[in-house]
Design a protein around this ligand. Structure first.
Ligand SMILES: [Zn+2]
Length: 112
C-alpha cells in the first residue's frame, strides 16, 4: 500500500487496521528530508520573488513575507496591493505627523 490519492479515496472505514496502516504510511512521508528540502526551497523562492516584486513599491519586507507564506498567490497580492502612503509631514519642521493632527507634535506649528 502506498500513500496516494487513490488509496486515500478508497480507504475503507470498516477496516481500521488497513486505515491505520495507510495513515502511518502517509505520516511517514512527512519525515522525508526531500519533502522538507522542497518546502524550504519553495519558501525561499517565494520570498525572493515577493521581495523583487515589492522593490518598486518599497514594500520589500511585506511582499517577501506574502511570497514566503502564500507563494504565487502572495505574488499576485503583492502586485495588486497599493504602496503605502507616506506619512504626512509638518511643513515647518518636516517631521512626520499623524493624519488629522491640528498641531505638530515636534514644533507646535499649526497644521493644515
Ligand atoms: Zn513641526
Amino acid at each position: 500500500m502506498s500513500c496516494d490519492l487513490e488509496a486515500l479515496t478508497n480507504a475503507d472505514a470498516a477496516d481500521p487496521d488497513r486505515a491505520l496502516a495507510l495513515l502511518q504510511e502517509c505520516t511517514a512521508l512527512l519525515e522525508s528530508p526531500e519533502l522538507w528540502l522542497w518546502a524550504i526551497a519553495f519558501t525561499v523562492v517565494g520570498a525572493v520573488v515577493g521581495a523583487l516584486i515589492g522593490r518598486r513599491k518599497k514594500t520589500v519586507m511585506r511582499d517577501a513575507i506574502l511570497g514566503a507564506a502564500l507563494g504565487p498567490i502572495g505574488w499576485i497580492l503583492s502586485l495588486l496591493l497599493p504602496a503605502p502612503r507616506p506619512a504626512p509631514r509638518c511643513p515647518a519642521c518636516h517631521e512626520a505627523v499623524a493624519a488629522g493632527d491640528r498641531h505638530c507634535r515636534h514644533c507646535g506649528a499649526r497644521l493644515g
